[in-house]
Design a protein around this ligand. Structure first.
Ligand SMILES: [Fe+2]
Ligand SMILES: [Fe+2]
Length: 189
């Protein structure tokens, strides 16, 4: 099977109807794509993996099933092992090695994209003027977006070898062009 963004979107939307989950997929895709471009990697492959990483979460919202049972579906559908393994690697509880740049980048963007999204939702201009400093400040407030695992945000930046501020800036920059699709206020709106 040829791995394309379009195919990944088709699979994702077949299993996922929740707007919040679709937005999460798009936000993570934006971050992962940014790094694919930066590193000269296969953008189509990286985007597909990012879109698919939580594709089964709606039907398997518990860690005894997500993403393991989703992986079985991806295999059945003919997704190559490179895609399936990368999807599986994002899950902390599986403790799989993050031994490729794609796996490291997916992990680094997953929680942070969610957190940046949350920051944007409470700002009058979304993520338009969001700076790393204010993201860091919010990270230190446990009550804000409490579902986001802070340790994974910090570990992610370290895993891709970036200062947290730079990683935040990259992810915010990557998400800005799709702010409208993410339900965030934009300068134009
Ligand atoms: Fe997940
Ligand atoms: Fe995720």
């Amino acid at each position: 099977m040829e791995v394309t963004r379009e195919r990944a979107w088709e699979t994702l939307t077949r299993y996922t109807k929740s707007q919040a989950l679709l937005r999460h997929a798009l936000a993570v895709e934006a971050g992962v794509r940014f790094y694919a471009r930066k590193l000269g990697e296969d953008e189509e492959l990286w985007a597909a993996v990012a879109l698919l990483h939580d594709f089964d979460y709606e039907m398997h919202p518990t860690l005894d099933r997500h993403p393991q049972d989703g992986a079985a579906i991806l295999r059945e559908e003919g997704w190559p092992e490179e895609v399936v393994e990368a999807v599986l690697s994002h899950a902390e509880h599986l403790e799989l090695p993050r031994d490729t740049p794609l796996k490291r980048t997916l992990f680094a963007c997953d929680e942070l994209a969610g957190f940046v999204h949350a920051c944007g939702l409470v700002r009058p201009d979304g993520i338009e003027t969001l700076e790393p400093k204010s993201v860091r400040k919010k990270l230190k407030q446990p009550s804000f977006a409490s579902g986001v695992h802070r340790d994974e945000v910090y570990a992610g930046a370290e895993l891709v070898g970036l200062e947290l501020d730079e990683h935040i800036r990259n992810v915010v920059t990557a998400m800005r062009p799709i702010a409208g699709e993410l339900g965030l206020r934009t300068a134009a709106a």
